[in-house]
Design a protein around this ligand. Structure first.
Ligand SMILES: Cc1ncc(COP(=O)(O)O)c(C=O)c1O
Length: 336
């Protein structure tokens, strides 16, 4: 089993990957190849017109060494929705699931112990090589899956500073729920301002005060035993971690309010002791420590409820609590 967890999240990969081609209107059989190269025509549709989508999931190693993927079906389903939304060939659910499971099984030694997890990154790219195809979808595509041993995305116990952006949007409002690269590129200008000017790790997009999500995670306000988060719209990514945490919170007697809320409400509640968290496959559930709003710093006074909620999820992921909703897919017993 891998001993050292790479310092940079998602920078080291298992050496092989499954790959499937879509050509002549059909998915071809899965093949296996080295994960360090991809042969692409320089005119490939994805390189010019953004026909690219991806997913993010994690595999966890339990103390008995067995390896389990968290929310595999939900990730596969969201990938199929993203593909359909960008008119890319929709992956066959069974084929994609098998690609992921087989990769984790073959490369199980890349799944670290409970200090970390293996991040699973399926990607689908349009490969038709016609630069005149700006106005039509790619007929050809490649689907492949990377596996990367990871630790914390946001270092636990250190500051998590959030810059609150009230003028700009993360991406086009009809694109937010699609996990596509262009959305991340679109958010970069504000992310860079936040980082350079305010040393903030994430931007919370709140156009006209409406609290949406950050550049790479969902946002939940926690006030006592109540969780407040935006209801699902096309403007933001429907996080699988968000959904899992809302369910785990309900299971543990919390109240969940999925409703629109504003930056003013964050200020008012956080000033009175409420907490806030970012949620995502990479972020897991990370407590916000500071907001920067209109150039002023708002300190979050406590992270206690956040850490309790984080434990509800990580206990299930690492096999310390019962997986009562069937969120784990066991891949193998995978001795170390
Ligand atoms: C923009 C954005 N929002 C939210 C999330 C959280 O989604 P999930 O919990 O499915 O990882 C992510 C990905 O992690 C993301 O990139």
């Amino acid at each position: 089993m891998i001993k050292e967890i790479p310092a940079v999240f998602g920078s080291v990969f298992a050496p092989e990957m499954p790959i499937a081609k879509f050509t002549n209107g059909a998915w071809q059989e899965t093949a296996w190849q080295s994960s360090d190269k991809l042969e692409l025509h320089p005119a490939a549709h994805c390189l010019h017109y953004g026909s690219e989508i991806f997913e993010g999931m994690k595999a966890f190693r339990h103390d008995d060494h067995s390896v389990h993927i968290f929310q595999l079906d939900a990730g596969v389903e969201r990938m199929r929705q993203s593909a359909a939304a960008l008119y890319l060939p929709v992956p066959d659910a069974k084929q994609l699931k098998n690609m992921i499971i087989e990769l984790v099984r073959r490369q199980a030694h890349f799944v670290p112990d409970r200090r970390g997890a293996a991040y699973i990154r399926p990607a689908l790219i349009g490969t038709e090589s016609v630069v005149g195809a700006a106005g039509h979808p790619s007929h050809d595509a490649l689907l492949y899956v990377l596996l990367s041993p990871v630790g914390d995305y946001f270092k636990q116990g250190s500051q998590l500073r959030i810059f609150v952006e009230t003028e700009h949007i993360r991406c086009a409002p009809h694109m937010g729920s699609i996990k596509t690269g262009g959305n991340y590129a679109a958010a970069l200008p504000w992310t860079m301002i936040a980082e350079e000017k305010y040393h903030a790790q994430q931007v919370l997009f709140c156009p006209n005060g409406d609290v949406q999500e950050t550049g790479a995670s969902n946002f939940i306000l926690i006030d006592g035993k109540t969780l407040i988060t935006k209801p699902l719209t096309s403007e933001f990514l429907h996080g699988i971690t968000r959904k899992s945490i809302l369910q785990a919170a309900r299971d543990n007697g919390y109240t969940v309010e999925e409703r629109h809320f504003t930056v003013d409400e964050i200020v008012q509640r956080v000033s009175n002791g409420a907490e806030a968290v970012l949620t995502g496959t990479a972020a897991v559930l990370s407590p916000v420590t500071h907001f920067i709003i209109d150039g002023n710093e708002l300190v979050v006074q406590s992270q206690a409820e956040a850490l309790k909620l984080r434990k509800f999820i990580t206990d299930i992921q690492y096999g310390d609590a019962k997986d009562s909703h069937g969120w784990l897919t066991k891949v193998c017993d995978c001795a170390a």
